[in-house]
Every structure is written in structure tokens, then in C-alpha cells.
Design a protein around this ligand. Structure first.
Ligand code: ASP
Length: 309
């Protein structure tokens, strides 16, 4: 493969009435990403722009549409990284419309890999990023969900993956000059404890990338994805000679067997594309110089795409 992009919109039990929104959101992001690729843009700029579009789409649990934590606040995590081991990551960030832009600013700053909470806010303010109001990120249904599960003492964040809900966004890009980038953004899990950091901003867990190999982005119940070091694990299988598809499948099988985790991964590099998930659904889209635009959400869509991989 010379160039391409793969996107995910969360691995969860996405409800039927949200399927079209997910497919539309992924389709819009894929169109944007692929047209930027064809216009010879840089992988990192493409990954950032695609994730900004998905953060602005209230369908997904990232930016606008983020879940509320146990205190009814929005705390978001994001990461952006390239295949030269440059990383920018942000965690437990309140009230910014596009956390991925702040992750990108940390990437460009180069004086830290990861900033959290208050420190991230100070950094963002210094660069002129404006905080938004929680209402700007809050979609009515999330307030309703929060009020409902707040009263439910038996609800734990992992339940969200078993009950009908939705998730994080991520993209992996290989550009025409052979540069690779990965970007992921999330509002985390519903009713998470304040200060909880998931897999997303952790290099090796929520995302991983190595030159001339693969870029990987994960989604799912973050606590389990961290235990499995899921994104790096995909590369471990790839290094043993497996294809990108086999590497993602083996990593998800490890997640299921060893930590009883729930989630999905997408991967892309010169050797091709891979994706796997053990949740009922994961919204995804892929397009490369060898694969026509393909959008899917069910396991059978993944099987269909796998025939081309
Ligand atoms: N992995 C994210 C987290 O646990 C959630 C998701 O992928 O939807 O924060």
C-alpha cells in the first residue's frame, strides 16, 4: 500500500437507532481524510483534522457528545503521535471543544509528552486556546444518562460496554510521502471517577506507531486495554511476522482471554490494514490506494472487508 487511512468511531454495543449516525459520521471523516491524502497533505495534519471533525460530531464520545463523569463534569483524553516517536498527549482535560488540538500543541511544543488536568489547562491558555462551557460539549441525552445512572448505585463504568452505548474516535494515516500518524480522542467512560485516565492518552495502550511498520488506535473499556497494552501488542504480533489483520485479531483475542476485556483496534501501514473487535459493534471506515472506501459497523462488515485484506 502506498497511502491510506483507517478510522474508528468506538467499539461498544452501539444501539440500532445510532447506527446511521455512526456510519454518516465515519463517512464524512473518511471523505475528508482521503481527499486530504490525495491532495498530498501531511499524515499528522490529516489525522488531526479527521479527529477534529469527529470530535465536533455529537454522535461520538469525544469533544461534543462526551460522557459525564461521576461529578457530572466532562473530562477528556487525547493523543497524537507520528512514526518518529514524537508524541503529544493530554488527559483529564475539562471543557475544550477539541482536545486533539491541545494534544497536537503538546506534540509541537516538544517539552513534554503528556500534560494533565490543571497543567494542561495552563498550557492551553498560554497558547490562546479558549475554554468552552460544559453546555457546549453536553448533548441532552448525556445529561439524561448521567441523571439516570447517578441514582443507580449498581452502575459501574464497564457496564457501558454491555448496555447500549457509543464511543471514542481514532484515525491512522499513511501519507503519499510514507509518513504515518495516529490520533485518538475520547470523553472516557460514563460515571468514571474524577481524575480517571483511560487508555487513550497512553502511548502503547490507546495508540502506538513505529516507522515502516504500523500505526494502531484502540477503543473499548480503557482499564482492560491498559492491562493488555493493546496497541503495542498489535505491533508485537506484527513483529513476529503476522499480517496487520492477523496482528489485530491476535491482540483482541489476548484481550478477551487474558483480561476479559472489551474493545477494538484498527491498524494501518505499508503492509496493509487490520481491524478487530470483540464488542457487538465498532464503527469503522477505510480507504487506501488499493481499497475503495469501505464503511462498516457489524462483525459481518468486518468479515466482508477482511476478504480484501
Ligand atoms: N477507551 C476509552 C476509555 O476507556 C473509551 C472508548 O474507547 O470508547 O476512556
Amino acid at each position: 500500500m502506498k497511502y491510506g487511512i483507517i478510522i474508528h468511531g468506538g467499539a461498544w454495543d452501539i444501539p440500532d437507532n445510532f447506527v446511521d449516525n455512526h456510519l454518516d459520521g465515519i463517512n464524512n471523516a473518511l471523505k475528508l481524510g482521503y481527499s486530504l491524502l490525495e491532495d498530498n497533505n501531511n499524515a499528522i495534519d490529516i489525522a488531526e483534522k479527521v479527529v477534529v471533525l469527529l470530535e465536533n460530531d455529537p454522535t461520538f464520545d469525544a469533544g461534543k457528545g462526551s460522557f459525564l463523569n461521576a461529578l457530572g463534569k466532562v473530562e477528556m483524553d487525547a493523543i497524537i503521535a507520528t512514526d518518529d516517536y514524537k508524541i503529544g498527549s493530554v488527559a483529564a482535560l475539562n471543557n475544550y471543544s477539541n482536545p486533539i488540538k491541545i494534544a497536537r500543541a503538546i506534540y509541537d511544543f516538544d517539552g513534554a509528552v503528556m500534560l494533565v488536568g490543571e497543567g494542561a489547562k495552563i498550557f492551553a491558555e498560554q497558547l490562546g486556546f479558549q475554554q468552552c462551557k460544559v453546555e457546549d460539549l453536553l448533548v441532552g441525552r448525556e445529561l439524561e444518562r448521567y441523571l439516570k445512572i447517578k441514582k443507580d448505585a449498581t452502575f459501574v463504568p464497564k457496564d457501558a460496554f454491555r448496555r447500549k452505548t457509543r464511543g471514542t474516535v481514532g484515525a491512522v494515516v499513511l501519507d503519499k510521502k510514507g509518513r504515518m500518524a495516529v490520533a485518538v480522542s475520547t470523553g472516557g467512560t460514563p460515571k468514571k471517577p474524577p481524575g480517571r485516565v483511560g487508555d487513550t492518552p497512553l502511548f502503547g495502550a490507546g495508540a502506538y506507531i513505529e516507522k515502516d511498520k504500523l500505526g494502531v488506535a484502540a477503543t473499548g473499556y480503557g482499564e482492560d486495554l491498559i492491562k493488555a497494552l493493546i496497541s503495542k501488542r498489535v505491533l508485537d504480533f506484527f513483529d513476529r511476522g503476522l499480517s496487520p489483520l492477523e496482528s489485530t485479531e491476535q491482540a483482541i483475542s489476548f484481550l478477551s482471554k487474558n483480561v476479559q476485556g472489551l474493545g477494538g483496534v484498527i491498524a494501518l501501514g505499508k503492509k496493509g490494514v487490520g481491524l478487530a473487535f470483540n464488542t457487538p459493534r465498532m464503527a469503522f471506515g477505510v480507504q487506501t490506494d488499493e481499497i475503495d472506501s469501505f464503511i462498516g459497523i457489524n462483525q459481518k462488515d468486518k468479515e466482508e472487508l477482511s476478504k480484501q485484506l
